[in-house]
Ligand binder design. Structure first.
Ligand code: PEP
Length: 248
């Protein structure tokens, strides 16, 4: 399975910056041995999709509503993301879980909406520092997977993806050790197989949390690491491409 390197721009990027990142990505993506995805803010999806059309770089959203349309001021549905040029969507990022109180049930409803709209979901899971110190990391992540994933998650030509992102590693410059990543990814794989049957083997498991050009090769070589979800470093095309070149 090719690794997936996905960039989460979060709430960053006006037109000029989006073009400054997407243009070099378009030129640099040819010949890479991995899949490449960028997830700009919703306002930039159309612009970025236009720049990247016909290239090897896919485009995704960072969230969607669980319903396709209706009286939900300020929200964006999966169908709308698809209409804007996205084929992917990040769901259940820890910043959405903490800033917007998203529960596993909310994430699951969004997964179903994404699948119905033809988007491949990337479901984020991960423990807080206190949960890891308490020895509860695997239990927390297993519970998030059981609550967030839907039947059919791994079906179709674009199966869903899971991103393991320890909350304490996001945007902090700290990363999990390669041994801890290996142990957690093995646990996630076993949980996916228990939840989804043989289809669980088709799910790529990304690592996310302060992935940078200088640590990418080590993290991406860990068994069961199917790619990376990259925040800060995805805002610089050269850094993002350097991470992609470390992938297999
Ligand atoms: C993220 O927010 O998904 C993330 C991994 O951020 P960073 O790479 O900046 O830690």
């Amino acid at each position: 399975m090719r690794q997936l390197i996905a960039g989460n721009w979060k709430m960053n990027g006006l037109t000029e910056q989006a073009a400054a990142i997407a243009g070099p990505l378009r030129r640099g993506a040819d010949g890479l041995g991995c899949d490449l995805l960028v997830c700009p803010p919703a306002t930039m999806i159309g612009t970025v999709a236009h720049i990247l059309v016909g290239s090897a770089v896919a485009v995704g959203g960072q969230d969607c509503h669980a319903k396709a349309s209706g009286a939900h001021t300020g929200d964006i549905s999966a169908v709308m993301l698809r209409d804007s040029g996205a084929n992917w969507v990040i769901l259940g990022h820890s910043e959405r879980r903490s800033d917007h109180g998203e529960s596993d049930a909310t994430v699951r409803a969004k997964v179903l909406a994404a699948r119905a709209a033809g988007l491949a979901p990337i479901v984020c899971v991960g423990e807080t520092e206190a949960q890891r110190v308490a020895g509860a990391a695997e239990q927390v992540v297993g519970g998030q997977l059981a609550g967030s994933l839907s039947d059919g998650f791994a079906d179709g030509a674009a199966p869903g993806v899971v991103a393991y992102e320890p909350v304490w590693a996001i945007g902090t410059g700290r990363t999990a050790t390669e041994a801890d990543v290996a142990a957690m990814h093995a646990h996630i794989r076993a949980t996916l197989t228990a939840l989804l049957g043989p289809a669980g083997a088709r799910v790529r498991i990304l690592y996310g949390g302060s992935v940078k050009p200088d640590n990418a090769a080590g993290l991406l070589a860990v068994p069961e690491v199917g790619g990376a979800l990259v925040g800060g470093a995805s805002l610089n095309a050269a850094d993002f491409l350097a991470i992609a070149r470390a992938a297999r």
